[in-house]
Each structure stands twice: as structure tokens, then as C-alpha cells.
Design a protein around this ligand. Structure first.
Ligand code: PDD
Length: 283
């Protein structure tokens, strides 16, 4: 039996109810975060809260709580109820419940849902994955972590059906990001390239950690979009997300990367990210 938090109550997942007039349900009018926890400790909590607040402000959705510690108290109670120490949580805030109308009322109360989930083993994935390429057909505010994910869902599914683990999206000949992750390559000079944080990508929390870790370890990071030609000439490639950490990319479309071996920089960053996350357990 799994518990979730819904609008002030802890309920069995199957007993939790939301109105048919929830604006998330009707209009995808909401935002979300996916956060990891290890040894019962939330990872990168402040970074996730910062992005959540930014998403809410951008969409003019009211904050359910003014103090980020309220989320912490709720989440830690939920982990206890579910008797889980390692895993992930999904936190969704929608604008609220109102008579269906594209215009939203000003005094609407947001709906908030939090539930926990676990992931299967990542062992196979961590040995390298293949990535497809597709046209980026999303809107111009990919920086908002909106629950409106239809373009991502359809392209991930299409990629999956073609045998790809992930799909990197292309806007104006430049790789923006994956459907559920950020995209990186390492060139022949060992410079790490990833798309700059702007309205064309979701500024991933893991992306930020990796950039920070790479810089701290004396690696050069260039936050500039790369193209297919750069991919053809790169030494290494990898992708990042909260649920996957760093995953080596060994094939992009029909381009084999580093003879399908995990590159040294990718390997180093994978290890350093694990250390960075594990350190938070004891903070
Ligand atoms: N997805 N870009 C997109 C489009 C994403 O959906 C995600 C994460 C990321 C990586 O962000 P972060 O490092 O903060 O997880 C980048 C989550 C995990 C999801 O939707 O399940």
C-alpha cells in the first residue's frame, strides 16, 4: 500500500481524489518536480525548490506554502508512511479547481499532490545507451517545468518504438535537450558542451550539478548549443536527469561514439556526481 499527500491529507494512492475540474486535468495547467532521496535524505532539495518557485511564478500559480520547509515536513512524513529510504518523489501543483474556462479566476487555490516511486536497476543503462534525433516541436517556454509534456511523450515513445533509449531534440539545427534529460558532448579538446540555460531547455538540476562538479575539477564547460557535425566529431556524449544521474551515450542516430566505450571524462563525472549526492546524505 502506498500513501500520497493530497491537499493537506495523507491518503492511500487509490483513495486520493481530485476534481474533474482540476485545471491540471483539463488544461495541463500546472507544474511539477521529480526529486531523489537516499538513506531517507532528500537530494538537491534547495535547487528543486528554487526551480519549482520559478515555474509557479512564471505561470502565476499561487504557492501552496510560503515556507519551503513545509514541503520538507510533508515529504519526510510521507517517506515514513511509505517506509522508503531510497527512491524518488513526484510533486505536482496545478492552478486549482474551477469551472472549465481558459481564463483563470484570480483567487483560485492550487491543488498539490506528492507521491513516491522507485526505479528498477540502472546497471545496464549505465553501460551506455543509444539516442535518436528528432525535430524539437515543443513550445518556447521549455524552461518552465510544466506538466504539459505531450511533445516529449510522443517523441520519447516514437524513439522507443525505433529502439532508442532517449531522443535528442533539434531546433534550428542545434541540439536542445532530450525528451526527459539534458544533453552533453565532450569534444576532442576535452571541452564539455551543453545547451545554455534559456527558454529552449529545462534547466536540469542534475545538469547544474554536473556543470558545477566539472568546473570544480578543472574541466572546461562551454554552455553553447552543439549540432550534428559536433556530434560526429565528439569524443564522448552523455545525458543527465534526476532519475538517471549521468548516462553515457554510445550511439547517436547512426553515429557511434568512442567505439561504444564510456569515455574517461564521462566516467570521472559519473563517479564525482555519485560522491556529490552521497555527501548530501550526511549534511
Ligand atoms: N525529467 N529536460 C527535460 C525535458 C526533463 O524532463 C528533465 C527531467 C530534465 C532533467 O532535469 P533534472 O536533472 O532536474 O531531473 C531535462 C524528469 C526526471 C521527469 O520528467 O521524469
Amino acid at each position: 500500500m502506498s500513501f500520497c499527500y493530497i491537499n493537506g491529507f495523507y491518503k492511500n494512492n487509490i483513495d486520493a481524489q481530485i476534481s474533474v475540474e482540476d485545471r491540471g486535468f483539463n488544461f495541463s495547467d500546472g507544474v511539477y518536480e521529480v526529486m531523489g532521496f537516499r538513506n531517507g535524505k532528500l537530494l538537491n532539495f534547495d535547487k528543486h525548490m528554487y526551480r519549482l518557485c520559478k515555474s509557479l511564478i512564471n505561470l502565476q500559480i499561487s504557492k501552496p506554502f510560503s515556507n519551503p520547509n513545509s514541503y520538507k515536513i510533508i515529504i519526510y512524513h510521507l517517506l515514513k508512511l511509505n517506509d522508503v529510504n531510497d527512491g524518488f518523489l513526484y510533486l505536482q501543483i496545478t492552478r486549482g479547481t474551477a469551472k472549465r474556462n481558459h481564463l483563470f479566476p484570480s483567487n483560485i487555490k492550487p491543488n498539490i499532490v506528492i507521491f513516491t516511486f522507485s526505479k528498477g536497476s540502472l546497471d545496464k543503462i549505465k553501460r551506455g545507451v543509444n539516442v535518436g534525433l528528432t525535430k524539437d516541436q515543443r513550445w518556447m517556454r521549455c524552461d518552465i517545468k510544466s506538466i504539459s509534456l505531450l511533445a516529449n511523450v510522443l517523441d520519447k515513445q516514437k524513439g522507443h518504438e525505433r529502439g532508442f533509449f532517449e531522443v535528442w531534440q533539434i531546433r534550428k539545427n542545434l541540439i536542445t535537450e532530450g525528451t526527459t534529460s539534458n544533453a552533453f558532448i565532450v569534444n576532442k579538446k576535452s571541452h564539455i558542451y551543453t545547451h545554455p540555460k534559456n527558454n529552449f531547455i529545462l534547466g536540469g538540476v542534475t545538469r547544474d550539478c554536473v556543470v558545477e562538479i566539472a568546473l570544480k575539477n578543472g574541466l572546461k564547460v562551454i554552455e553553447k548549443a552543439f549540432n550534428i557535425n559536433d556530434i560526429k566529431n565528439c569524443n564522448e556524449a552523455f545525458l543527465t536527469s534526476t532519475t538517471l544521474g549521468i548516462v553515457p551515450v554510445t550511439k547517436i542516430d547512426n553515429i557511434i561514439i568512442n567505439k561504444k566505450a564510456i569515455g574517461l571524462i564521462t566516467k570521472t563525472l559519473m563517479k564525482k556526481l555519485e560522491d556529490f549526492l552521497n555527501k548530501q546524505i550526511h549534511e
